[in-house]
Design a binder for this molecule. Structure first.
Ligand SMILES: [Zn+2]
Length: 819
């Protein structure tokens, strides 16, 4: 058995080399193509080395590529070891064996790791293929980031680490020129703006709404100019191409790694198919060319994790190129070439045409009538929240290490790279989107946790240095409270005399309130001039105490006090045990814990309010819900009913469009929105205090809220706690925060793009095509990265909701907002 197995493998390799020899007419001199000990030419990378094809023919740019997700069904590590390392090994073997071959590589999270494992000999050999433009880096981010759930600062950061690696490693030949967002599920205007500001020359993607695609294919506008920022103008305009067939895989018939037959070109053998393959290629090229404005078309020759045996594709593409181009002597006008997206773009550029323009974005994306990819705007809300928190920590970490001018002795760059690289992976379009397998999502959270810990060490050393303290053992001195989301912090629960250092990463003075979980209300707080501050003790809610994550915590109160922190500076406060207990908040309304009774028809009970200098929030006794908001400065009051509600998830097996289920990617509600009435009355408890007042609402044993108004604030907070969502009825529930107001917003609302500029949204409408909405809820949902608002310009009224993580949002009726 052993010997026959071995001889088969020998035969296979022998055949492979014979083929290469025949096509290129030069004899392969070596078994090992990684022999670089020959003349070393000047780099010839860049547009100059592109094959621009034949001027009077249809030029088919065949782009060998692989799409390597930084985690999805497997962890990022799993994919590397199971597949990606072999892709990079075998592809580079092929590139060395034949200098006409090209390949693009995209995801630096994988390439960086592979590069680090190479010998100097191999690195030198790879660098030659980069210098010759055979191996070209496209996009060059740590991952191919999602565009809906990502914050602009994280998009920039994740490309920065990729670009820096490429520049340091390959010099100018490593610099990417093209955005390559082939798999993200919808496309953001801010992403295109950032790409243009990177200096990219173009952007290609595959996923575009099927109705939009239908219109663009008819009008030959899959390729167009995107004006991606109303404020930056030309600086943010970018050539953009949506790929033919809404796909980044090979055209049907040429996917040699997914079941399509190889080119069988020996007529003496059974299953000879070369003539059919050739005829199909020529006809497919002519068909595709009808929908494009130049004589160039692009075919993406690869897909998810393809090329782990690069021979499978390259051998067949070699045969196709040879057969297709041989027909030119018979008058064929089709020319096939190895190419890259940048060479394809260069060919278009040489044609010097003008294109139509677009100013909005490509959200939401639907690939059929009931399949709107709007679920992932919200999926795995906790992971999205953790990712945003980690981004904040990374920004502070970078600032503090720069301000403190840490040197290598502190390993700060090394430590910060953990979080930079983890965040790079988290931006991936199956990571922050919440669309990975559960164990992969846990792995993402673990990566963030490790990165945050490393960065906190950097922050401790930085703060110590800035405070002129010994930096020998800052880890002992400084502690972080990482579980504040469940009102738990071991350090503040077990100490009653400690200092609190608050850092302000903004370039302006910030005044806000700090909350610390504590066990006693016998504490006082002083500022750095030893002035005693106003404080307030807010009891930890019974809903918080029920959380699994709270168990083991001893905190009874949240100690609230105001802080003022200078720009890019810090302020120190001292917490001390005092002799006398401070007043704690009492619930104002009912002694039964504030449960306000109100049977229908029994008449209204007194309204309850939260009020400060700027705002008055009124709650309806009967429903337990917020009912109106008053802007006291303008003496302006609007009706505003806010509550948690939920949609039932559509069940289905996804077999066809009408059987589309709701899930992590797709949001498809089944019927109208439901309130929580089947779980009993909403319990309302109001606490009024000198610094903060709270309305606590319990909708069910798995859904509660706190509406919070601080002294001196011209906004209020809503903190929701939802889950675990019960599924014992086998019906999914998609929870929303709903605002129903009297604002005359008509059918218009506004959402942000990646935390930057706002886009105008009009219900059941798309600016560039005649939109037929087959999903009245999901088809109106858009990504809300940092804010959503409705307004009545005639009355100068606007309601803005700022969220702390990415969500989906919509305005489905005049005056309504939901997230
Ligand atoms: Zn992907």
């Amino acid at each position: 058995m052993e010997s026959s197995h071995r001889s088969f493998r020998c035969l296979f390799f022998f055949c492979a080399f014979i083929l290469v020899e025949k096509i290129h007419g030069n004899t392969l001199r070596r078994q090992n193509p990684f022999n670089f000990e020959q003349d070393y030419d000047e780099p010839t990378c860049g547009y100059e080395q592109c094959n621009l094809g034949q001027p009077d023919m249809i030029n088919v740019h065949l782009v060998p590529h692989t799409h390597d997700d930084a985690g999805w069904l497997q962890t990022v590590d799993g994919y590397y070891y199971n597949t990606v390392q072999y892709i990079l090994d075998t592809v580079n073997f092929e590139l060395h064996a034949d200098p006409t071959k090209k390949f693009i590589y995209v995801e630096m999270a994988f390439f960086y790791r592979w590069w680090n494992e190479l010998s100097d000999h191999m690195r030198h050999a790879i660098k030659r293929t980069v210098d010759k433009g055979q191996l070209e880096f496209i996009l060059g981010g740590w991952s191919m980031n999602d565009e809906a759930c990502t914050h602009y600062s994280s998009i920039i950061d994740q490309h920065t680490i990729g670009f820096k690696f490429l520049l340091d490693t390959f010099g100018k030949c490593g610099i990417p020129k093209i955005g390559w967002q082939i798999d993200p599920f919808g496309h953001s205007r801010e992403q295109a703006s950032i790409f243009a500001q990177f200096g990219f020359d173009g952007l290609f993607f595959a996923r575009i709404d099927y109705q939009d695609y239908g219109e663009r294919i008819k009008t030959k506008t899959l390729e167009h100019m995107w004006f991606a920022s109303p404020t930056l103008g030309d600086q943010a305009s970018l050539f953009t191409g949506a790929l033919y067939g809404m796909s980044y895989s090979p055209p049907p018939g040429y996917c040699f790694e997914c079941g399509d037959s190889p080119v069988r070109d020996d007529p003496r053998l059974d299953d000879y198919n070369a003539d059919q393959k050739l005829a199909k290629f020529l006809s497919d090229a002519k068909e595709q060319a009808k929908y494009f404005t130049t004589n160039h078309i692009i075919w993406t020759m690869g897909s998810d994790f393809h090329y782990s045996n690069a021979r499978i594709n390259f051998k067949n593409i070699d045969k196709l190129i040879k057969m297709v181009n041989a027909q030119q002597s018979n008058g064929s006008k089709v020319n096939a070439i190895y190419s890259t997206p940048s060479c394809y773009l260069y060919a278009l550029n040489k044609a010097n045409l003008t294109y139509t323009s677009k100013k909005d974005d490509f959200f939401p994306y639907a690939h059929r009538s009931h399949t709107f990819w709007t679920g992932y705007f919200t999926s795995r809300s906790n992971l999205k929240g953790y990712e945003r928190t980690a981004n904040n920590i990374l920004q502070v970490c970078k600032q503090l290490s720069a301000l403190a001018q840490l040197d290598d002795e502190h390993s700060s760059q090394f430590k910060m790279n953990f979080l930079k690289q983890s965040m790079g992976v988290l931006q991936h379009h199956d990571a922050v989107t919440g669309t990975s397998k559960q164990y992969v999502a846990y792995n993402y959270a673990k990566m963030l946790s490790t990165g945050i810990k490393e960065c906190q060490d950097v922050m401790k050393v930085s703060i110590s240095k800035l405070m002129n303290k010994s930096v020998m053992d800052p880890i002992e001195d400084f502690q972080f409270c990482n579980l504040m989301n469940v009102s738990s912090c071991k350090f503040t629960e077990t100490n009653q005399n400690f200092a609190v250092v608050v850092y302000n990463p903004f370039s302006q003075m910030v005044g806000q309130y700090i909350k610390l979980p504590v066990t006693s209300n016998q504490l006082t707080v002083f500022d750095d001039k030893l002035m005693k501050l106003d404080v307030q003790f807010v009891p930890v809610s019974s809903e918080t105490k029920k959380l699994a994550e709270f168990q083991g915590s001893a905190s009874q109160f949240e100690l609230v006090f105001p802080v003022q922190v200078p720009p890019l500076g810090y302020a120190t406060y001292f917490v001390n045990k005092s002799k006398k207990a401070m007043d704690t908040l009492e619930s104002k309304s009912r002694s039964d814990g504030g449960h306000i009774e109100g049977e229908s028809g029994s008449g209204q009970l007194d309204a309850n309010t939260l009020e400060n200098e700027y705002l008055k929030l009124t709650f309806d006794n009967k429903t337990g819900l917020l009912s109106s908001i008053m802007n006291k400065e303008r003496k302006l009051e609007i009706n505003a009913v806010q509550s948690l509600k939920y949609y039932l998830s559509m069940a289905g097996d996804n077999w066809n469009g009408s059987r589309q289920a709701s899930g992590a990617y797709i949001f498809r509600p089944d019927g109208d929105v439901q309130d929580f009435s089947k779980f009993g009355k909403t319990k309302l408890t109001i606490f009024n205090g000198n610094l903060v007042s709270e309305a606590r609402q319990v909708f069910s044993d798995w859904a509660s809220q706190v509406i919070r108004l601080y002294k001196g604030a011209n906004h209020f907070e809503i903190e929701w706690t939802v889950g675990p969502i019960p599924d014992n009825d086998r019906v999914g529930k998609e929870v929303i925060s709903s605002f129903e107001t009297s604002i005359k917003s008509e059918d218009v609302f506004y959402t942000d793009a990646n935390g930057r500029e706002m886009l105008k949204r009009v219900r059941n409408y798309r600016p560039t095509w005649n939109f037929e909405n087959t999903e009245p809820v999901s088809g109106n949902y858009f990504p809300v990265n940092s804010r959503i608002y409705i307004q009545d310009p005639s009355k100068n009224i606007q309601l803005t909701v700022l969220n702390d993580r990415s969500q989906g949002g919509a305005s489905l009726k005049e005056g309504h907002l939901e997230l």
